[in-house]
Design a protein around this ligand. Structure first.
Ligand code: SAH
Length: 347
């Protein structure tokens, strides 16, 4: 039997596991705290006896990531390409804001959702990440950069709600007072719109922030940009979002990538307004990032401003996302592909 990967367990599961080895309950908290301080060996757990450290080392594993590539932008954004233990790679982006350090992390190796403008989905999903592999991106980015992460966004490679259980374990450990102790409100889950996942999340009783990648205000257009819409059309999606808001009383964010001449017209702004008016919601307009091998280009600032004005005048708060790290192509998915043997397959 393989070793137990401790960062894949919740606080309660870890405590239960250690108790099953005959240890006292308080060991659970001690070990849990060390794990999320970012130790890489049991020897660093100095409040455990030498014998206990040796015992744990024979039974358990503390996973780690290797930095394959690191790009630092002139604005302070750092993009990491991490190698997982099986050789697969994922990307994470650590940002440098005046008020803190958000990190954008991956939840899967590749993605099956097929969004037409997205680099992460080229080549499909290879596998899900485990809870430990998700949190390791934060631990190793912190270790390397010396900063403490303040906010987490699950907007890297992958669809979080397509890896639901691992993502929930990760969220609970990131949120736990003895773990990373990051407030649930500072954790954003972004989805392309898997309604069953949104419905489940509403029942979790953990006030994370939900972001929905909408990108189009009607099924006809959304079907062409996001194949997932054929399975979960806008009407159904909005129904789940409405019940999510009702249940949690949390504001939902809609992500809307502005693609030149595709979804950025006044008519579409009006349709989007109709869809979101009166909701406890916020819209984020994001000039689409250029992806090698994809033909989409970003809307010009003037068009974005006109689009935004329609929404604002209709009473829906709308911001245009500042693009950080554009000199290092900080949007996720591109670095992994550049370093992948699959690189030339779809170019
Ligand atoms: N699968 C999840 C989270 C990962 S994608 C989701 O779909 O929300 C994170 C965000 O980046 C999504 O809003 C996605 O639509 C957006 N995105 C993907 N490719 C992009 C690109 N080339 N330019 C701008 N945003 C992009």
């Amino acid at each position: 039997m393989g070793k137990v990967r401790l960062k894949d367990l919740t606080f309660d599961q870890l405590t239960e596991y250690l108790c099953s080895l005959g240890l006292s309950k308080f060991r659970g908290r001690q070990v849990f705290e060390w794990l999320y301080k970012g130790v890489t060996s049991f020897d660093e757990m100095t409040n455990l006896s030498k014998d206990l450290r040796t015992q744990l080392d024979t039974l358990c594993e503390i996973t780690s990531l290797e930095i394959v590539k690191k790009q630092v932008s002139s604005d302070g954004t750092i993009k990491y390409l991490f190698r997982l233990e099986d050789g697969e790679t994922v990307e994470s982006v650590l940002m440098d804001y005046k008020h803190g350090h958000p990190i954008c992390i991956s939840t899967q190796v590749g993605c099956n959702m097929g969004c037409k403008f997205c680099a992460s989905t080229i080549g499909g999903k290879v596998r899900d990440l485990s809870p430990g592999e998700i949190i390791d991106q934060i631990l190793f980015a912190q270790k390397d950069s010396g900063v403490t992460v303040s906010n987490i966004v699950l907007m890297g490679i992958g669809e979080p709600l397509d890896n639901y259980d691992s993502v929930m374990t990760f969220i609970r450990n990131a949120n736990h007072y003895a773990g990373l102790n990051i407030g649930a409100r500072h954790i954003s889950v972004s989805t392309c719109g898997l309604t069953h996942g949104i419905d489940r999340l509403a029942e979790e009783d953990i006030p994370v922030t939900l972001s929905v990648s909408l990108h189009a205000p009607n099924d006809e257009l959304r079907n062409t940009l996001m194949p997932v819409n054929k399975k979960y059309p806008i009407k159904e999606l909005m129904k789940s979002i409405h019940s999510y808001i009702k249940k949690t009383n949390r504001r939902v964010t809609f992500e809307y990538s502005m693609i030149d001449g595709v979804n950025d017209g006044i008519e579409q702004a009006k349709e989007l307004l109709k869809l979101t008016k009166g909701m406890l919601a916020h819209i984020n307009l994001i000039p689409v990032n250029k992806v090698k091998g994809k033909e989409y280009s970003k809307s010009n600032p003037d068009r974005i401003e006109k689009f935004r004005t329609v929404l604002e005048q209709g009473g829906v708060t709308t911001t245009v996302r500042r693009s950080l790290g554009s000199d290092i192509e900080a949007s996720c998915g591109q670095l992994r592909r550049e370093n992948s043997p699959l690189k030339n397959l779809s170019e």
